[in-house]
Design a protein around this ligand. Structure first.
Ligand SMILES: [Zn+2]
Length: 779
C-alpha cells in the first residue's frame, strides 16, 4: 500500500512536471507552437454556432458556440478569441459553468475542467463587427487569414478542420446563404430562424455566411440547383446572369475532367457583393465575388471580359486546391493561390486566343516580382511564419507574381502528363485533409528524373534573383527566363540601339527589363538609358511594352529630372502614341513637373478642362491635377479649392477631398498636425485616403520639410499592422518613402533600422522593400 502510494505520488508529480513543461504561455495571436500542440491534442472537432443579427447597425450581434472535440491528453487549453474579456458573456466546460479567464486574445480553459477523450465547451459572446462586414441591409463574413478568432471562439488554424453547424436568427425579410444548404426555417415575431446542414470538414478561414436583402437567380447543373445572389438592379447587368452561370458550369466541368474528381462540396452558390474588398473568396457553397468584376458595364474591354472569366475560374479551382486539400499553415498559402491562378489561366486562355500572353505574363509576373526580389527585403516564396497574426504580411509580389513563373518551370520540367497525374495523386491522398508543399514535391518527384527537391530548395525556399553569367548578346530574348542577366558593354550598346526594332513585343519588353536591371547594377548610366526609352516610346505601339518603358523612365526621374520631364511632356502631347500611354505620361508629368512653363500650361488645362487633343481626362484626373497645382501655386490655393470642390458631385468623393486637402497646406504647422492625426488609428479608417494624404505630405517637392515624418512613420508600423488591413503596412511605407531621395532621408531610415536590430523580420522586410529605391540611390 505504502509503496503503491508513493509510486502514484511520483507519477502525479511526474505528470505535473510534464504538464507544466507543455503548458505554453498565453500569447497574442496564434503561435506556431500553440498550433502544433493543439493539432497533436485535439481531434473530431465540431462547432455548433448560432448568431443573432439585428437589422440596426448600432445594435451588437450576439453569438453562441459549442465546440465538441476529443483530447488525447488532459491539459490547459487555449481557445482563440480576440475581442477580449468583456465580449465573453458566459462559459461552460463539460456541463459546468465557470468564470472565463480571458488573456491576450485567448479564453484559457483550465486543465482540471477538461478530460481525456470527449469534451464540450460552450461560450456565449459578442462578436467583433469587423469580420461581419455589416452594411445597411446586408452583411457577409470574411475570415481569411485569421479573422475567425475575431468572430467566434475557435481553434483558428487551418489544420484543425472541423464540421460546422450554423443557426442564424435574422430579420424576417432577410435571406441567408451559408456553406451548406438550408435545413429548417421558421418565422416568429418578425424574426427568421434558419438552421443549415452540417458542413464537410472545413478550416476556420473558409467558414462563412451572408445575410440580408438579396435577390437570387437559380440555375440547374446536373439536376442540382446553383443560386447566384445579388443586389444589382440594372436590367442590362442582370441579363448577364445566365452567362455568369455558364462560366461557373464550364469551370466546374473543366476541373472535374482534369482532376477526375467530382466537385468536392455538396452545393455551389455564390454571392455578388457590392464593395467587396477582394476580387473573390472561395468559401465552399458561398463563394463571394466582387460586383464590379462580375457585372460588366457597357463600354467593356476584352481585358475586363477575360478577367471576369479568370476570376470565376480561379475561385472555382480553389474548391479542389485550398478548400478540399488545405495548407497545414499559412506559410503555404501561395500554393493554393498559384494553383488557382494556373488553372484559371488554363481554363480562360483558350477562350481568348488573340491575347499576347507571353508579353502579358512577363509584364505581370517577372517585372512585378523583380521589384521585390531585387531588394534586401526579398523573401522566399515559402516564408517562415511564426504566428498567424502575421499571415497578412506573407502576401506580396513574391507570392503573387514570382510563384506563377516558378510554376511554369515546374510544368516544363515534368511535362503536362506527369504534372496532371501527380496532382491527381496529391488530391486523392489528401482529400478533405491538409498537405504541405514538400508533400506535393515528394509525390511529383516520383514522376521525373529531375531533382525536384533541389529545384524547390533553390526556387521556392530560396530567395532573390539568380544572377547569370555576363552576356555579349541580347539575353533572355524568349522572355522565359527569370533573373538578373549582366550585360557586357557591347551587349548594352546593341540593346540600346536595337531594342525598338526587335520583332516580338516580349523580346522588346525583356530587353528593356534587362537594361533596367543593368542600370541598377551600374553597368550603364541613366544618360544612356533615358534617350533609348524616349526613342522606344515614340514608336512603340504595344501598350504593355510602352507602359513598361514609361515606368522605367519615371524610375530614373531622381537622376535626371529635367530630361525625364521633357520626355513625359512630349509623350503626353504626341498623338501617334497610344492614348493609354499618353494618359499615363500625363499623370506622371502632373506629379513630377517642376518647369514653370509646364505648370502654367497644366494650370490652364485644369481651369478650362480642355486637355491636349486626343487625351481624355476623367473627373478623377482633374482632382489629382488640382492637388498637384495647389502644392505648386500657394497664391492660387483658395481658387483651386473652391473650384475643384464645386466640381465634385458624389458625397464619398467630397469626403475624400476634404480629408486630403489639408495635407497640401503651404503652412508646415498645418501639415504637421495632419501627420500627427494619421498616427491615431481612428483617423485611418479609410486607408486609401490616408495613403493619398501621406503621399502629398511627403511629395518630392516637399521632401526636405517632410524628413520629420520618417521616424514617427516607421515607429507606427507595428500599430499599422495591428489595426489595418493586410496590404496597409507596405502601402503606408510606400506612400511615406516614395517621395524621398535625399541622403538625409536614407540616413534616417538606415539609422532607424540599426536602432531596431530585433524588429519583427516580416515587417522589416516590408521596410527594406519600400525603401529600396531610396537606399539604392542616396548613397
Ligand atoms: Zn485565390
Amino acid at each position: 500500500m505504502k509503496n503503491l502510494l508513493s509510486v502514484s505520488t511520483l507519477l502525479i508529480l511526474l505528470w505535473a512536471l510534464v504538464a507544466c513543461e507543455h503548458e505554453l504561455p498565453v500569447e497574442r495571436g496564434v503561435g506556431i507552437e500553440l498550433a502544433r500542440e493543439r493539432r497533436a491534442n485535439v481531434s473530431n472537432l465540431r462547432y455548433d454556432l448560432a448568431f443573432s443579427i439585428p437589422e440596426d447597425l448600432e445594435q451588437p450581434c450576439s453569438g453562441e458556440v459549442t465546440l465538441c472535440f476529443d483530447l488525447s491528453q488532459r491539459g490547459m487549453l487555449q481557445l482563440d478569441f480576440r475581442p477580449g474579456a468583456e465580449a465573453v458573456r458566459g462559459l461552460s466546460v463539460n456541463g459546468r459553468d465557470i468564470a472565463a479567464d480571458v488573456r491576450n486574445e485567448h479564453i484559457v480553459i483550465p486543465a482540471k475542467t477538461l478530460r481525456k477523450g470527449k469534451n464540450e465547451v460552450s461560450v456565449s459572446f459578442i462578436p467583433d463587427d469587423a469580420p461581419l462586414n455589416r452594411r445597411p441591409e446586408f452583411l457577409y463574413t470574411l475570415l481569411v487569414p485569421d479573422r475567425a478568432r475575431t468572430l467566434f471562439p475557435c481553434f483558428d488554424q487551418p489544420d484543425l478542420k472541423a464540421r460546422f453547424s450554423l443557426t442564424l436568427d435574422i430579420p424576417e425579410e432577410w435571406v441567408a446563404v451559408a456553406n451548406c444548404a438550408l435545413q429548417e426555417e421558421t418565422v416568429r415575431e418578425g424574426r427568421k430562424h434558419l438552421r443549415f446542414q452540417e458542413t464537410a470538414l472545413l478550416p476556420t478561414y473558409l467558414f462563412s455566411f451572408v445575410a440580408g436583402r438579396w435577390q437570387a437567380a437559380t440555375f440547374a447543373r446536373d439536376g442540382q440547383p446553383v443560386s447566384i445572389y445579388y443586389r444589382e438592379t440594372d436590367e442590362a447587368k442582370l441579363a448577364q446572369l445566365p452567362e455568369i452561370f455558364r462560366q461557373i458550369d464550364e469551370a466546374l466541368d473543366w476541373m472535374e475532367e482534369y482532376t477526375e474528381i467530382p466537385m468536392p462540396f455538396p452545393k455551389y452558390d455564390c454571392i455578388i457583393v457590392p464593395g467587396f474588398q477582394f476580387g473573390g473568396m472561395e468559401h465552399p457553397g458561398a463563394i463571394l465575388f466582387n460586383e464590379r468584376r462580375i457585372f460588366l458595364g457597357e463600354a467593356t474591354t476584352d481585358v475586363e471580359v477575360l478577367s471576369r472569366t479568370d476570376l470565376i475560374s480561379h475561385e472555382t479551382a480553389h474548391l479542389w486546391f485550398g478548400d478540399a486539400v488545405t495548407m497545414e499553415w499559412f506559410d503555404d498559402v501561395w500554393t493554393k493561390e498559384v494553383f488557382a491562378g494556373h488553372f484559371a489561366s488554363a481554363i480562360t486562355r483558350p477562350l481568348f486566343p488573340d491575347v499576347d500572353y507571353r508579353t502579358l505574363d512577363f509584364r505581370n509576373f517577372n517585372v512585378r516580382a523583380y521589384e521585390e526580389d531585387r531588394t534586401a527585403g526579398t523573401t522566399p516564396i515559402r516564408q517562415q511564419l511564426d504566428n498567424l497574426q502575421d499571415a497578412g504580411l506573407i502576401y506580396g509580389n513574391i507570392v503573387y507574381d514570382k510563384s506563377p513563373v516558378v510554376m511554369h518551370m515546374l510544368i516544363d520540367t515534368l511535362g503536362p502528363y506527369a504534372f496532371r497525374k501527380g496532382l491527381q495523386d496529391y488530391l486523392h491522398q489528401y482529400m478533405y485533409g491538409n498537405a504541405t508543399w514538400p508533400a506535393l514535391i515528394d509525390i511529383l518527384d516520383t514522376y521525373t528524373e529531375a531533382d525536384l527537391k533541389a529545384w524547390s530548395h533553390d526556387w521556392v525556399e530560396g530567395c532573390g534573383m539568380p544572377e547569370y553569367p555576363e552576356s555579349d548578346g541580347l539575353p533572355n530574348l524568349p522572355a522565359r527566363g527569370y533573373g538578373y542577366y549582366p550585360m557586357s558593354e557591347e551587349a548594352i550598346d546593341l540593346a540600346l540601339t536595337t531594342v525598338s526594332t526587335l520583332d516580338k513585343p516580349y523580346q522588346r519588353l525583356s530587353t528593356l527589363a534587362n537594361l533596367y536591371e543593368n542600370l541598377l547594377h551600374e553597368r550603364l548610366s541613366p544618360d544612356q538609358l533615358i534617350p533609348c526609352l524616349g526613342r522606344e516610346l515614340q514608336v512603340e505601339q504595344n501598350t504593355l511594352v510602352a507602359a513598361s518603358a514609361l515606368d522605367y523612365l519615371c524610375e530614373t526621374w531622381r537622376h535626371c529630372p529635367d530630361e525625364v520631364e521633357a520626355l513625359l511632356y512630349e509623350v503626353a502631347r504626341n498623338r501617334n502614341i497610344p492614348a493609354q500611354i499618353r494618359l499615363s505620361a500625363f499623370r506622371n508629368l502632373a506629379h513630377l513637373h517642376r518647369d514653370p512653363a509646364v505648370d502654367e500650361e497644366l494650370w490652364q488645362k485644369w481651369q478650362t478642362q480642355r486637355p491636349w487633343p486626343g487625351l481624355e481626362l476623367s473627373a478623377e484626373d482633374y482632382n489629382t491635377l488640382a492637388c498637384e497645382l495647389a502644392l505648386r501655386r500657394p497664391s492660387d490655393l483658395e481658387e483651386i479649392h473652391s473650384v475643384q470642390r464645386g466640381r465634385i458631385t458624389r458625397a464619398d468623393r467630397l469626403a475624400r477631398f476634404d480629408f486630403v486637402w489639408p495635407s497640401l497646406s503651404p503652412d508646415k504647422a498645418v501639415r504637421d498636425s495632419v501627420f500627427a492625426s494619421l498616427l491615431e488609428p481612428e483617423n485611418r479608417a479609410t486607408e486609401p485616403w490616408v495613403q493619398e494624404s501621406l503621399r502629398l505630405l511627403n511629395h518630392p517637392l516637399r521632401q526636405h520639410e517632410a524628413l520629420d515624418y520618417l521616424v514617427p512613420a516607421l515607429d507606427e508600423l507595428q500599430e499599422i499592422q495591428r489595426t489595418g488591413d493586410i496590404f496597409f503596412p507596405k502601402n503606408w511605407l510606400v506612400s511615406t518613402l516614395s517621395g524621398h531621395d535625399s541622403p538625409e532621408a536614407a540616413a534616417l531610415v538606415r539609422g532607424w533600422l540599426e536602432a531596431h536590430p530585433d524588429y519583427p523580420p516580416l515587417l522589416k522586410n516590408k521596410i527594406l522593400q519600400a525603401a529600396d529605391p531610396l537606399l539604392r540611390n542616396a548613397h
